[in-house]
Ligand binder design. Structure first.
Ligand code: NAP
Length: 240
């Protein structure tokens, strides 16, 4: 059945792959980023059954998150699926990490999902159905040198997932996290080539994942109504 789906941070990368996959499945998708979505990106949705929407704004800002959720409810009358995907990195070793880099990552990667959940959950409770999917990371499970801020936010997101799953389970709402490993994206393109080969040696599958492999998992979690509070690792076996 067609759902109204909001995917934070869907102007590129994994978020855009999720949006395209869900649109192909026949869902209504609403894109988001801090800047208006480029025409080239919007044109990818031309052939889809449902028109694509966009709400632009910064998820780390509590009031903007409220405004964005309200825009969706005003226009579509409901929100079935919230994918908390937007995320940033500001890597650095602990002894050198700037306070603003710690704060920025927590504000976007941990408080951002809270801001959207806080303003979406009432509507889902009223509907007595909903799906919340938080994109965490294998770094939140295993830790990663140079990513103290990012790992803390992504681990926190797993705790948030479990608490919320317990709060709203009886209302027909499932809440799960996906923990991707290394996925082909701008984030991993930024790694020097020499690290690519080193990392691949540690991944049992021997390769980076594709954004579509995360998107596929999102669709699975939309369909399955009896999985909640879980963190699904999509990492080629890296974090087992
Ligand atoms: P990406 O290519 O850098 O895309 C990030 C998206 O988030 C963009 O659309 C960006 O748009 C948006 N965004 C960033 N800050 C935002 C904010 N404050 N408000 C609204 N939108 C914001 O990232 P990605 O590699 O696809 O990663 C997507 C998610 O997967 C992230 O949560 C990341 O931590 C997680 N993840 C990625 C990997 C990987 O290998 N790539 C692995 C594990 C987990 P604007 O900059 O225009 O706002």
């Amino acid at each position: 059945m067609s759902k109204v789906c909001f995917i934070s941070g869907s102007s590129r990368g994994i978020g855009l792959a999720i949006a395209e996959y869900l649109a192909k499945e026949g869902h209504t998708v609403i894109l988001n980023s801090r800047k208006p979505i480029e025409d080239e990106v919007l044109s990818r949705f031309d052939e889809m059954a449902e028109p694509v929407g966009q709400v632009i704004g910064d998820i780390s800002d509590f009031d903007e998150a409220q405004r964005m959720m309200q825009e969706i409810l005003d226009e579509y009358g409901r929100l079935d699926v919230l994918v908390n995907n937007a995320g940033i990195t500001r890597d650095g070793l602990a002894m050198r990490m700037k306070e603003e880099d710690f704060d920025a990552v927590i504000e976007t990667n941990l408080k951002g999902p809270f801001n959207l959940i806080r303003h979406a959950i009432k509507a889902m409770v009223k509907q007595r159905t909903g799906t919340i999917i938080n994109i965490s990371s294998v770094s939140g499970l295993m830790g990663n040198p140079g990513q103290l801020n990012y790992s803390a936010a992504k681990a926190g997101l797993i705790g948030m997932t479990k608490s919320l799953a317990r709060e709203v389970g009886s209302r027909g709402i499932t809440v799960n996290a996906i923990a991707p490993g290394f996925i082909e994206s701008d984030m991993t393109d930024a790694l020097a080539d020499k690290y690519h080969d080193q990392i691949k040696k540690q991944i049992p599958a021997g390769r980076f994942g594709k954004p579509e492999e995360i998107a596929q998992t999102v669709q699975f979690l939309i369909e399955n109504r009896y999985i909640t509070g879980q963190t699904i690792q999509v990492d080629g076996g890296l974090g087992m």
